[in-house]
Design a protein around this ligand. Structure first.
Ligand code: HEM
Length: 487
C-alpha cells in the first residue's frame, strides 16, 4: 500500500529521531560530554534556547547545568564555561604553547604584530593623550554652550560618540571631525551602525548552526557584503588615499610625527601585507575600539547619575588630588584610585563584551573532566564570572569601593580569572592600553565640570540592558542633565 505523503514524512521524522537518539547514545559511550538540555534532531537545543544567546540566558542555563554545559545549536556544539578555573583552561596559553582552544595561525600573528607599534604601546598613549584631553575639554565646552544641558537635559551619548571617533581617528589618520553634523562623520557612523546591526542579527548564526540553511541566507549575506564594500571604499577614498597624498607632499616627508596608517602603509610597502589587509586593519579598529569604549563611558555616566553619593565622592577625590581648576590629564589617573575603581566597577557590572570572543578547538579536547568534540565553539561567560555571588560580595551592587577593599589586588588586565573585561591570554584585547586612559580622562572631566543628574521629574535614569552575543549596552540612550560647576 502506498502511504500518503504526510504519513511518509512523519515516518521519516520518527526514523530520523530514533537514529539520532541511537547515534547520540552510542557517542555517549565513548565521549563524556558536558551536561546540557536534551537536544532534538536537526535543531538540537536551538528551539529551547532560542535566538538570544546573551549572557543572562547563558547564566540561567549555568545555574541549571553547572559551570560547563553543552548546547547543541543545530549541528554545532556550543560549550559554555562559567567558572574561573575552566576559563583559565580555555584562555590560558599554558607555557605559551597550548593553543587547543585558540584557532589562529600565521596570518593572525602577523596582523597583531603589525598593529602593535602603531596602536598598542605606551608611546602611542603619550603621543595622543593631549588629543584625548582636548576632545574631552571640547565636549565640556559644547555641553556648557547648550542651554538645554542644565535644564531639561541632553542625550550626552551623541556628543560622546563624536569624541570617541575623534580619539580613534586621530590615532589612525591624524584626523578629527569638527561637529556632529560633519558629513563624513555622519556617513561613517551610519555605515558602522549598519554593520553592527547586521552582526548582531541572529541570521549570522543560522548558516553556522545548520549548514543546509546556508542557501537561504543569500539575501542576508549579500547585504553584509554590500555594506562591507561600501565601508571599505569609504575608508580607502576618504582616509587612506588622502593620507597617502599628504605623505607624498614635502611637509610630511620632512618628518612630522607618524600616525598609525603611516606605519601600516610602511608594512605594505615592505610587502608584509597587501592593500586589503590595510583596509581590514582600519575596519577592525572601527569595530573593536569605538563602540566598546563608548558603551563603557555611557554606562559609567549612567551609574554615576543613579549613585549621586559615588559621583560626589569621585568629584571630591578629583578636587582634592588635582586642586581647584586643574583639569585631569592622563598622568593624573595614576594618583586617582577612586576614579580607577569607578571604571573597574563599571567594566565589571556592565561588561561591554560579556561572552568575550568565541574560541574553537580544531581537535577533540578535554576540558574539566569532559570531552569536547573537535570544532566546538567555546564561550566564556565572563559577565557571570564577575557577577557570581559565589565569588563576589553583593555583585549586583554598583560599589567601586570593592576594588579598594576586598578586591584591591584585582586589575582589568586579567590577573584574576573572575574578572576578564578585556579577556586574557594571546587573544585578549590589545586596546586596553588605550581604553583605560580614554575612560579615565573622559569620565574624570565630566565629573569635574558638571553635576550629572537625571532629567526633571525622574529620580533615576533607566539602565535596562540590551545584551547580545557580542555586546552589552544600555537599552535607551539616556537624557542627562549636566549642571556646570563654578570653580
Ligand atoms: C572599554 C573598552 C574595550 C573593551 C571592554 C574591550 C574588550 C575586548 C574583549 C573582551 C575582546 C576579546 C578578548 C577575548 O576574547 O579574550 C577584545 C578584542 C579586541 N579588542 Fe578590545 N575592548 C575595548 C576597547 C578596545 C580598543 C580601544 C581597541 C583598539 C584601539 C580594541 C581592540 C581590540 C582588538 C583588535 C581585539 C581583537 C584581538 C584579537 O582577536 O587578537 N579594543 N576587546
Amino acid at each position: 500500500m502506498d502511504l500518503p505523503f504526510l504519513e511518509k514524512t512523519l515516518l521519516g521524522l520518527v526514523l530520523a529521531t530514533i537514529a539520532a537518539i541511537v547515534v547520540s547514545k552510542l557517542r555517549c559511550k565513548c565521549f563524556k560530554l558536558p551536561p546540557g538540555p536534551v537536544p532534538v534532531p536537526v535543531f538540537g537545543n536551538w528551539l529551547q534556547v532560542g535566538d538570544d544567546l546573551n549572557h543572562c540566558n547563558l547564566t540561567d542555563l549555568a545555574k541549571k547545568f553547572g559551570d560547563i554545559f553543552l548546547l547543541r545549536m543545530g549541528q554545532r556544539n556550543l560549550v559554555v564555561v562559567s567558572s574561573p578555573e575552566l576559563a583559565k583552561e580555555v584562555l590560558h596559553t599554558q607555557g605559551g604553547q597550548d593553543m587547543v582552544f585558540t584557532v589562529y595561525g600565521e596570518h593572525w600573528r602577523k596582523m597583531r604584530r603589525i598593529m602593535t607599534v602603531p596602536f598598542f604601546t605606551n608611546k602611542v598613549v603619550q603621543q595622543y593623550r593631549q588629543g584625548w584631553e582636548f576632545e574631552a575639554a571640547s565636549v565640556v565646552e559644547d555641553v556648557k554652550k547648550n542651554p538645554e544641558s542644565a535644564t531639561n537635559g541632553i542625550v550626552l551619548r551623541r556628543r560622546l560618540q563624536l569624541l570617541m571617533y575623534n580619539n580613534m581617528y586621530r590615532i589612525m589618520f591624524d584626523r578629527r571631525f569638527e561637529s556632529e553634523e560633519d558629513h563624513l562623520f555622519v556617513k561613517l557612523k551610519a555605515l558602522n551602525g549598519e554593520r553592527s546591526r547586521l552582526a548582531q542579527s541572529f541570521e549570522y548564526n543560522y548558516g553556522d548552526f545548520i549548514p543546509v540553511l546556508r542557501p537561504f541566507l543569500r539575501g542576508y549575506l549579500r547585504i553584509c557584503k554590500e555594506v562591507k564594500d561600501r565601508r571599505l571604499q569609504l575608508f580607502k577614498d576618504y582616509f587612506v588615499d588622502e593620507r597617502k597624498k599628504l605623505a607624498s607632499t614635502k611637509s610630511m616627508s620632512n618628518g612630522g610625527p607618524k600616525c598609525a596608517i603611516d606605519h601600516i602603509l610602511d608594512a605594505q610597502h615592505k610587502g608584509e601585507i597587501n592593500e586589503d589587509n590595510v583596509l581590514y586593519i582600519v575596519e577592525n579598529i572601527n569595530v573593536a575600539a569605538i563602540e566598546t569604549t563608548l558603551w563603557s563611558i555611557e554606562w559609567a555616566i549612567a551609574e554615576l547619575v543613579n549613585h549621586p553619593e559615588i559621583q560626589k565622592k569621585l568629584r571630591n577625590e578629583l578636587d582634592t588630588v588635582l586642586g581647584p581648576g586643574h583639569q585631569i590629564t592622563e598622568p593624573d589617573i595614576h594618583n586617582l584610585p577612586y576614579l580607577q575603581a569607578v571604571i573597574k566597577e563599571t567594566l565589571r557590572l556592565r561588561m561591554a563584551i560579556p561572552l568575550l570572543v568565541p574560541h574553537m578547538n580544531l581537535h577533540d579536547a578535554k576540558l574539566g573532566s569532559y570531552d569536547i568534540p573537535a570544532e566546538s565553539k567555546i564561550l566564556v561567560n565572563a559577565w557571570w564570572l564577575a557577577n557570581n555571588p559565589a565569588h563576589w560580595k553583593n555583585p549586583e551592587e554598583f560599589r567601586p569601593e570593592r576594588f579598594l577593599e576586598e578586591e584591591s589586588k584585582v586589575e582589568a588586565n586579567g590577573n584574576d580569572f573572575r574578572y576578564l573585561p578585556f579577556g586574557v591570554g594571546r587573544r585578549s584585547c590589545p586596546g586596553i592600553i588605550l581604553a583605560l586612559p580614554i575612560l579615565g580622562i573622559t569620565v574624570g572631566r565630566l565629573v569635574q565640570n558638571f553635576e550629572l543628574l537625571p532629567p526633571p521629574g525622574q529620580s533615576k535614569i533607566d539602565t535596562s540592558e540590551k545584551g547580545g552575543q557580542f555586546s552589552l549596552h544600555i537599552l535607551k540612550h539616556s537624557t542627562i542633565v549636566a549642571k556646570p560647576r563654578s570653580f
